[in-house]
Design a protein around this ligand. Sequence first.
Ligand SMILES: Cc1cc2nc3c(=O)[nH]c(=O)nc-3n(C[C@H](O)[C@H](O)[C@H](O)COP(=O)(O)O)c2cc1C
Ligand code: SF4
Length: 342
Amino acid sequence: MGVGVSLHPLAKAVAREGGIGVVSSACIDRLVSRRSGKKKNTYEAAYEEVSLSKVKDGFSGINIMMALQRDYADSVKGALDAGVDVIISGAGLPLSLPAIQTPKDTALIPIVSSARALDIICKKWEKLRYRPDAVVLEGPLAGGHLGFRIDEIDLESNRLENLLPPVKEMARKFGDFPVIVAGGIYTHSDIARFMEMGADGVQMGTRFLATEESSATESYKQAVIGAKEEDIVVAHRPGSPCGLPFRVIKQSPMYVSSLQRRRPPKCDKGYVLMKDADGKYSICPAKEDNENYFCICNGLLSSSGYNSDKEEPLYTVGSNASRVDRILSVKTLMDELTNAGG
Ligand SMILES: Cc1cc2nc3c(=O)[nH]c(=O)nc-3n(C[C@H](O)[C@H](O)[C@H](O)COP(=O)(O)O)c2cc1C
Ligand code: SF4
């Protein structure tokens, strides 16, 4: 959940340099309401953030996680009405995405971690008379939630290099749409290597987290700079209430206190609630259980400076965060990534 990290300042800067700047829809109503001093619902906030991220001749995007069920449709509608160029959706299979509202010129891009997941999505979307405009293949080195079981993360067969050929094959089968790879890509030569292997583009998270334009707090950015390889762990029991492994810096204050069960369970944000038998959004394992789950909504909001006086931050990063040693501007980073030698 790129909560409050990937907002319009970062997305706009990336779009200005020729990339697709992607805002995160997670918790967007609270973040935009606080910034504007006016209460905005999810639809309005998604609309506003996408609108603010647009640049002339550039591309705007939004990431909307399936795990955010309660706000999913409103985020999609707000982004579409604002004319977003790209919706990227994962953390679950976005099976109904094309059915929410006619996407018109907006590209719909699911995120998968296997060819099988892509097969399931394409078959479902075919029934809705839609085909993915591209797919993001996210491997196990990524930041945020990982689309693998905890015991599958280190398998040789799940290395991004090994996942790419079958996913490329599946994309060909359903119309040869582009495959964008993500997870552990750090340098220009990493990009070139994956493009030579057949990828059509890359998605990057961690390096952009450590930019001047990212809205992560200064302490988050400093934690990324200070993180050593052994400090980056995949959190699982305690882990994310979304049920997926989640990569963190192990010194993150909320992770440390959750290992010691210091924070009493309390649900006051509700972004990852699932429906109960009556169709009400009331279920989140972190509501009652602080042994196996941390309160991800509060931890990530705090990492972007929201309520940081009341809740401890949780720092998510990709495995390559240990290589980050300084904060760059997006322009410097994009120049480095697009030039051989970077
Ligand atoms: C701080 C942070 C927040 C992220 N938030 C999201 C998110 O909200 N939704 C999502 O699909 N992926 C999210 N990701 C994953 C990235 O979109 C990206 O695929 C991944 O981090 C790529 O690996 P890299 O960090 O090694 O470049 C996040 C990653 C980071 C580092
Ligand atoms: S318990 Fe915490 S993580 Fe779960 S929905 Fe409520 S605020 Fe979010």
